[in-house]
Design a protein around this ligand. Structure first.
Ligand SMILES: *[C@@H]1O[C@H](CO)[C@@H](O)[C@H](O)[C@H]1NC(C)=O
Length: 276
């Protein structure tokens, strides 16, 4: 029994020790990375903080650095007080458009009117009274409109490739002569950027449309004009018939006129003969 108790006690202390090591202090940012923000809108970053109950926080700070890693571009954004203050507390915003809060288990950064200069690597650092610390990072970029759409042809593979420069989350779609591409024209690759053309011969206008939340832009590849398939058969026959009818009608009218004049001429001559 004593042995069992001893073993249980050992196991419990080990578990506690283990929990200490695991918990210490850790922080992570729950936003998707990279996070894309529309110019003029608000950026909200949420950091989850875990620490064991004995480890009191001494500070939580938010910073931003250029994504290029340039060392002189670090900016302090907010500093939250540590200690045993009742949460939530407001943190000190160190930029005019920034505020932050510290809540139980989390710190939230708000940035208003996002502008070009607000892009970068955002980091939150959490420090404990015992000197332990943990840092989490998140890349934030401006949500950009679609730019420079172009279409090029790959003759050897009968495919068209659509390119776009730096728009955020571009979505590709294809039109042939202003209509959505169907199986009789071609097949679109899973990413949408390539159109494998099945139509033989390749003809007409192929338009690539690239869009995202800010709008769309297009580019068109123009092949030789398509043979007017629809017109060839029935339409040509109808046109021929109409032309023939018009010609036939005209001919009949002319013949009728000639016949009438001839008759009138004969009658006139008869009258004159009678008078003489
Ligand atoms: C044409 O497409 C094939 C397959 O995608 C590729 O290997 C080839 O390099 C392309 N050719 C050109 C000229 O882009």
């Amino acid at each position: 029994m004593a042995l069992l108790e001893f073993l249980c006690w050992r196991a419990a202390t080990l578990l506690l020790l283990f929990a200490d090591v695991v918990h210490g202090i850790s922080v992570h940012i729950s936003n998707e990375e990279p996070t894309y923000i529309m110019p003029g809108s608000s950026l909200v970053l949420r950091a989850h903080i875990e620490h064991n109950s004995q480890e009191e926080l001494s500070a939580v700070t938010w910073e931003r650095a250029p994504e290029s890693g340039a060392p002189d571009g670090r900016t302090s954004l907010a500093a939250c007080p540590g200690g045993s203050l009742p949460l939530p507390v407001q943190c000190a915003g160190l930029r005019p458009n920034v505020r932050a809060t510290l809540e139980p288990g989390a710190s939230i950064l708000h940035l208003n009117k996002y502008g070009k200069s607000d892009a970068g690597v955002y980091s939150v650092s959490v420090t404990g009274k015992g000197g332990q610390s943990s840092t989490a990072r998140c890349i934030v970029r401006e949500y950009e409109a679609v730019h420079h759409v172009s279409v090029s042809i790959n003759i050897s593979h009968s495919s068209l490739v659509c390119g776009e420069a730096w728009g955020t989350e571009p979505q590709f779609s294809w039109l042939h002569e202003q209509d959505a591409v169907t199986g009789s024209v071609g097949h679109v690759s899973p990413d949408g950027a390539t159109l494998l053309i099945t139509k033989v011969p390749i003809c007409g206008h192929f338009t690539c449309v690239v869009s995202n939340k800010l709008g769309y832009s297009t580019a068109t590849y123009t092949a030789a004009p398509c043979e007017p398939e629809g017109i060839s058969g029935a339409t040509v026959a109808i046109v021929c018939l109409v032309v023939l009818q018009i010609l036939g009608g005209g001919l009949a009218f002319l013949l009728w006129r000639r016949y009438r004049y001839k008759n009138r001429g004969d009658r006139l001559r008869d009258n004159m003969d009678d008078n003489i």
